[in-house]
Design a protein around this ligand. Structure first.
Ligand code: GDP
Length: 424
């Protein structure tokens, strides 16, 4: 069996969706293994432009089986909205093309409420949550206080389980936050609506993957967010609440026996970051606005302007190492075409000393970037399809990044469309 994980190397929004959409042509199964509807993968193809939140990006390829693994935060409500949207543009989604793990836990309506209530309590110390309920969901999952999708197939068991959870959750809602309690009727109505809609897609995806792997099918794992937002290896506490790294892919997918053959790390040619937390290379004012406009850096889910800056080689090298990346896709190189000189963050200074090591999260806010400059190429490169099509200055930029991060750059993306790619 050959398999590949496509993962983000930085803070997310590197263009993973675009790369999965391209690479799925060589794979039989695409799996989302962590995260929920809190981020968006943008995919542009013959059906149109999509911001996918939960659906795996292989959903557009006929014959590809898409799986939502046990590691995802299964928000039936937003999943259904997304399915309706994608279907309305002519893409078929059937129980053959989409399979939901019976072991995926359900994100319940109160998780979203609690996310908003906690961010409101934190006020200016907030983590910048997208308020999709992800942090409360994963807290509950690890406390064993939510339900698995497979329980929808056993209604009596589900009702008794929900009744227990309701009693416990209402204590937090009312006593900690002074919020309105949920009733059993509300919960069951929600289940009857959204739970029923996704029920036909729920199955034992572990058994499916055993079979698929025995038949030599090729599996692609699709991450959400990037290394620096990984719960354990990222910039805690400004991380997401799950593990986004490639090493978690087999666990969160229902195929824990799998060894990853190829981990393709997606790196953007500059930096962007959504939400709070230290962001060493951040630009402000006019130069930030120009880069944000050139790269269209507005959140796929929220529309929020993203924080932007030049590429951060220290953070990127760290991201490559925690992912165990075997190859890199460098995206959005075309966005830098307007710059005469391209700044890159080559090192940090911390405590008055220059360093190439990515600092412990608590020290990160004190790190300062050490900038170097590369020559720009000052021409449109979006039509490049071969390495030789790229001007020498653009080639030098790619080679410089490759050398600095110590990993081969296999793909250079020069536009959002499927074929705007140079493969080396
Ligand atoms: P993801 O979450 O990692 O998939 O990233 P996002 O979808 O949030 O952000 C990537 C954005 O950049 C999307 O709007 C893509 O269509 C776009 N994109 C991806 N690759 C390129 C590229 O090489 N050039 C340009 N101009 N846009 C790109």
């Amino acid at each position: 069996m050959s398999n590949c994980a496509i993962v983000g190397i930085n803070w997310g929004d590197e263009g993973k969706g675009r790369m999965v959409d391209l690479i799925t042509q060589d794979y039989d199964v695409v799996i989302r293994y962590q995260g929920g509807g809190n981020a968006g993968h943008t995919v542009v193809n013959e059906f149109g432009k999509f911001a996918l939140h939960l659906l795996p990006s292989g959903i557009f390829r006929s014959g590809v089986v898409n799986i939502l693994g046990n590691g995802v935060a299964l928000d039936c409500e937003s999943l259904w909205t997304e399915m309706e949207d994608v279907r309305s543009k002519g893409v078929a989604i059937t129980p053959e093309s989409l399979k939901i793990s019976d072991r995926a836990s359900l994100l319940l309506p109160w998780h979203r409420d609690l996310d908003g209530l906690e961010e409101a309590r934190l006020k200016d110390k907030k983590y910048g949550s997208t308020k999709q309920g992800i942090a409360p969901f994963y807290s509950d999952k690890y406390q064993k206080k939510t339900v698995m999708a497979g329980e929808l197939l056993y209604p009596e068991h589900l009702e008794a389980h929900l009744r227990d959870l309701l009693e416990w959750k209402n204590l937090t809602l009312t006593k900690v936050y002074g919020a309105k309690p949920y009733t059993m009727v509300e919960l069951m109505d929600w289940m009857a609506d959204f739970g029923e809609k996704i029920k036909p897609f729920i199955c034992d995806t572990g058994a499916f993957l055993q079979q698929a792997s025995a038949e030599g099918k090729k599996i692609l794992f699709e991450a959400q967010l990037g290394s620096l937002r990984d719960l354990d290896y990222g910039i805690y506490p400004y991380t997401t609440s799950s593990n986004a790294i490639a090493a978690y892919a087999p666990v969160g997918s229902g195929a824990p026996w799998v060894k990853i053959d190829d981990a393709v790390g997606v790196v953007k040619a500059y930096s962007s970051c959504v939400g709070e937390g230290p962001f060493t290379c951040e630009w402000f004012g006019e130069e930030a606005e120009r880069l944000r406009e050139a790269g269209g850096e507005y959140g796929a889910k929220t529309g929020r302007p993203r924080r932007v800056g030049p590429i951060d080689l220290v953070a990127t090298r760290y991201g490559v190492s925690v992912q165990g990346a075997t190859a890199i896709a460098l995206t959005k190189l075309d966005v830098l075409s307007y710059m005469d000189k391209i700044p890159v963050c080559a090192h940090y200074t911390l405590d008055g000393k220059q360093t190439d090591a990515f600092p412990f999260p608590a020290l990160l806010a004190e790190a300062k970037p050490v900038m170097e400059f590369m020559d720009g190429w000052n021409c449109d490169i979006s039509g490049a399809r071969k390495w030789e099509d790229l001007p020498p200055a653009a080639q030098r930029y790619v080679e410089m990044v490759e050398q600095a991060i110590g990993c081969h750059i296999r793909y250079v993306s020069v536009g959002p469309e499927r074929d705007s790619i140079v493969i080396r």
